[in-house]
Design a binder for this molecule. Structure first.
Ligand code: ZN
Length: 394
């Protein structure tokens, strides 16, 4: 007997935002290069071409978006267009893990000081880029930024002392120094969102910014960019809204082994090798335990199921087309790969009992999660599991 509950929402607001139904037996035909070479999210995708993540072009003059594939055009009201662009600007202008003065020479950075930025803004971005370069162990960029400040000191006859002191601080063996990067990004992003949106829309706009950060975390994780992950997760903590997503994501990312000990590793100049897939599986298992502690049966079931899907190679945190649906039909198919009827039974009972008897639902969610932990070391790819199954049947 299938209840409505079986098509319950995922535990993650992020996945809700990007979820696309996937049949794991079909080859992924949507991973066109453009979509994943650079980070994009649902604001940049056409909603008319189903499940394709086709790119939109934005026309500021006509306040319209047009799909490059189906040519669908959407026109926005002035106010909505402004909000949409503000959300996009905040994330694209101040992308976590990207240099603000990207690909610019010392001379060009100096010119930016003269023509574009006031002293404070310019200095902030020098600090941001210098510390980011320190994280990336990118000496040429550090030298370039240092030389740009030397240029302003010389040409403007400034006192060099404050700059020397600043760079000493930026080079210090102090874990706190790395926080400069997320703090500067948030300061500018928040400021932009404040000026570009109305008071009543502000919470919603910051919320949407936060979801984009969470999305960038997932994208960066997929790319194996630990630095961008740490920065995104730290900006989320700074988001000035007393809301569910801030706490949710702070909790969510805090049990990811990928960013564990990040600052200590930087100071120790440890090049810690982290396997993206294995650490993702471990992260989902950690999440499953965390959800159980909070008596969230569905969350625990989904996290453990994601770990299993990742091991099989049919689920990943990115791209969004790789999200394995948590519905009765798909879970049944996935669990049928293994000759173990209990796995599906635990899922079925946990989801069935969830609204009627949460304590019992948690009991079965725990069994489901433990079963998966027990199975994981033996699980191989989907193709291999299917082959094993075929061999067993015939
Ligand atoms: Zn389209």
């Amino acid at each position: 007997m299938y209840t409505l509950l079986k098509s319950q929402k995922t535990y993650s607001p992020l996945l809700e935002a990007t979820q696309i139904s996937t049949n794991f037996e079909q080859k992924d035909t949507t991973s066109e290069e453009w979509a994943y070479n650079l980070w994009t999210d649902n604001n940049d995708w056409c909603t008319k071409c189903k499940n394709k993540n086709n790119k939109l072009t934005f026309n500021d003059q006509t306040k319209t978006t047009t799909c490059t594939q189906c040519n669908h055009t959407q026109t926005y009201e002035e106010k909505d267009w402004k909000t949409l662009q503000a959300k996009r600007y905040a994330i694209y202008q101040y992308t976590p893990g990207k240099y603000f003065f990207n690909n610019q020479t010392t001379e060009e950075i100096f010119q930016k000081y003269l023509r574009e930025h006031n002293h404070n803004d310019w200095s902030s971005w020098i600090i941001h880029d210098y510390v980011l370069a320190r994280m990336r162990d990118d000496k040429p960029v550090q030298d370039k930024l240092y030389n740009a400040t030397k240029l302003i000191v010389e040409k403007m006859d400034y006192d060099p002392k404050p700059w020397q002191t600043l760079f000493e601080k930026l080079d210090a063996q102090d874990p706190e120094i790395f926080h400069q990067v997320p703090q500067i990004i948030y300061e500018y992003a928040e400021n932009h969102l404040h000026t570009a949106t109305t008071k009543e829309n502000l919470t919603d706009t910051i919320n949407s910014y936060l979801l984009k950060l969470a999305n960038i975390y997932c994208y960066s994780r997929w790319k194996g960019d630990r630095i961008a992950c740490w920065i995104s997760s730290e900006i989320i903590k700074l988001c000035d809204i007393d809301s569910y997503p801030t706490n949710f994501y702070t909790d969510f990312f805090s049990c990811d082994p990928l960013i564990e000990g990040f600052q200590d590793d930087l100071l120790a100049t440890n090049k810690r090798e982290i396997n993206v897939k294995d650490s993702y599986i471990q992260w989902e298992l950690n999440l499953s335990d965390k959800f159980l502690k909070k008596s969230n049966a569905l969350g625990a079931v989904e996290a453990a199921y994601n770990a299993l899907g990742a091991k099989l190679g049919i689920h990943a945190i990115w791209p969004p087309t790789k999200v394995l649906p948590l519905d009765v039909y798909t879970v049944k198919k996935v669990t049928e790969l293994f000759d173990d009827s209990e796995l599906f039974r635990f899922y079925d009972l946990a989801t069935d009992l969830n609204t009627i008897d949460p304590a019992k639902a948690c009991y079965y969610a725990k069994l489901f999660s433990e079963k998966i932990k027990e199975m994981l070391p033996k699980v191989t790819s989907i193709e291999q599991e299917q082959a094993k199954k075929m061999a067993y049947v015939t």
